[in-house]
Design a protein around this ligand. Sequence first.
Ligand code: SAM
Length: 245
Amino acid sequence: MARFYLPNPEIEDGRLRITGPEVRHIRRVLRLKEGDELILFDGQEKEYRGIIIDQGTRSVYLRIEEILSIQKESPLEITLAQSLLKGEKMDYLIQKATELGVKKIIPFFSSRSIPLLDKSKRLNRHHRWQKIAIEASKQCGRAKIPEIIPSLDFSEMLQSASPQSLRLILWEKEKRRLKNFLKELRMLKEIFFVVGPEGGFSEEEIENSKKGGFIPISLGERILRAETASLCLMSILQYEWGDIG
Ligand code: SAM
C-alpha cells in the first residue's frame, strides 16, 4: 500500500485532511481516487491507515480506519557526521544511511572538502537532503525521519557530539582497528562517528578531534571511498548493537 508523509496531520471526527506536497503525489503521480486505501505517517512513529473519501486540488480527505504506533527504530542511536562530498555522492549517502537506520546526519566542512557552498546553495542542499531522507523513509517503511542538520564547520561539528556518546573518527592512517576495538566494548546506545572528505583529514583535524574526546579508528588496509566507509561502519554497528541481522 502506498505510504505518504504528513507531519502534524489535521484530524476531525475521524477524518484526516492531507495538504501540501503529498496531495500532488496522491492525485497526479499515483492517481489515487475515492475508495482507495493509503497509509500516512507523521514522522513521529504514528501511522494512519485510511480510505480516500473526498479530494480537491489542494486537499485530500481520508476516513481513518486504523491508527498505529510503529516501533521500527533501532535501539542504537547513530549520528553520522560526514564531510561534504562532491555532486550526488551526498544524496546517495543520505538515502542509504536512512535505510540503515541513522538517527541524525551532520554534513560539515573540513579543510579538504571540495564543495565550498555559498549560503543560498547550502540552504537548497539542506532542503534537498531533507527530502531525500523523507523519500527514503517512505520507501523503507521507517516511521521516524532522520534529522539532517544544516552544514556545520569542523569545530562546530565536533562540539555538537553529546558527551555520553561513543565518539569515533574514521582515519585510514590509524593503527587501532575497529575489530579489536569493538571486542573491548560493552553494548552501546549512542554513537557519533565522523567520516572525512575525498582528500581525507589533515593531521591537525585528527589532533583536534582527539582533544574533543574522539577516538580515531581504522577499518582496515584498503582505502575506501568516503561513502563506502560511512555505510560500512553503519552496517557493522547496526549488526553488533542495533537492529540489522
Ligand atoms: N586520504 C586519503 C587519500 O586521499 O588517499 C583517503 C580518504 S578516504 C577516500 C575518505 C574518508 O573515508 C577518510 O577521510 C576516512 O574518514 C574514511 N576512510 C576510508 N578508508 C578508510 C579506512 N580504511 N579506515 C578508516 N577510515 C577510512
